[in-house]
Design a protein around this ligand. Sequence first.
Ligand code: APR
Length: 316
Amino acid sequence: MRRAKISVIGAGNVGATCAHWAAAKELGDVVLVDIPDKEGVAKGKALDLVCCGPMEGFDVDITGTSDYADAAGSDVVIVTAGLPRKPGMSRDDLIETNVKIVRSVSEKIAEHCPESIVILVSNPLDAMVYTAWKATGFPTNRIVGQAGCLDVARYRAFIAMKLGCSIEDISALLLGGHGDDMVPLPRFTSVHGIPVSQLLPDSDIVECVERAKVGGGEVVKLMGTSAFYAPASGSVQMAEAIIKDKKRILPCAAFCEKEYGIDGYFVGVPCILGANGVEQVVEIDLDAGEKALMDESVSHVKDLVRIVTEMFPDLA
Ligand code: APR
């Protein structure tokens, strides 16, 4: 049987950690791609990971390269290329540099991996998903952004910490953009089926939502650079759903044409992820307060797309 192939663009913190999780889960062969100046880093990290195989018991090929031809035939491409945040920066401060990077990367993906499903991780995420869609020319089901998996995981972790119970038992859903723009849906949060509202006061739930919103910033402040373990874990969770055709329902930045009243933008919504990428956007009824927050989040996505198209008119 043919092994799946996953290429990770950017061999920095997030990219190398994606390669690590993907290899550890034996999702398939992994190709770690970086710019020619960093080819040694990509090759070195790949070699270092290969040598974990005998101890960790995974058996996949891991290659480091700066040649996109090595990514040919990839089933999934995870894009982590771009600058990370420094303390005091918002994700939006990265827009001009990262659009240029993600655009050039996307053109290479279209050339060498024309059948792949592309998972965007670079920030600001909502602008990068749009850029990759335009620059690859791929159908919308094959372009998807990782933000919701991470945001919801942070929220689940904080709820579990408050309750002093296992993270595994927290089930939750969030919509909207990454971080500050997320739309919390506490009424869909449960602890092994028990509504969280029966176990925690509202003030604790709000505290967990607010901490999840700025969870990325909290890590940037502590480390001086963006988080990478959890963003990579979220990306590989999505890659796994696609490669194994699991039809998982995960919150992702996906193209909405009419769902949630959105007219042609990539927004964080629950999706069914399987072998065809985003196989369905799952629509749920929102109450008036949630709808207002969703509209606000969508308007920020529209602002980001407008900034991209004003900077780069040919991406319109
Ligand atoms: N092609 C391939 N790799 C590139 C390119 C390119 N055109 N341009 C930059 N890179 C590589 C860099 O050389 C670097 O190795 O992307 C890598 C980025 O790694 P880090 O600087 O460690 O950044 P990281 O923390 O991994 O974050 C990457 O993910 O979560 C987001 O906000 C984060 O936008 C940031 C991205």
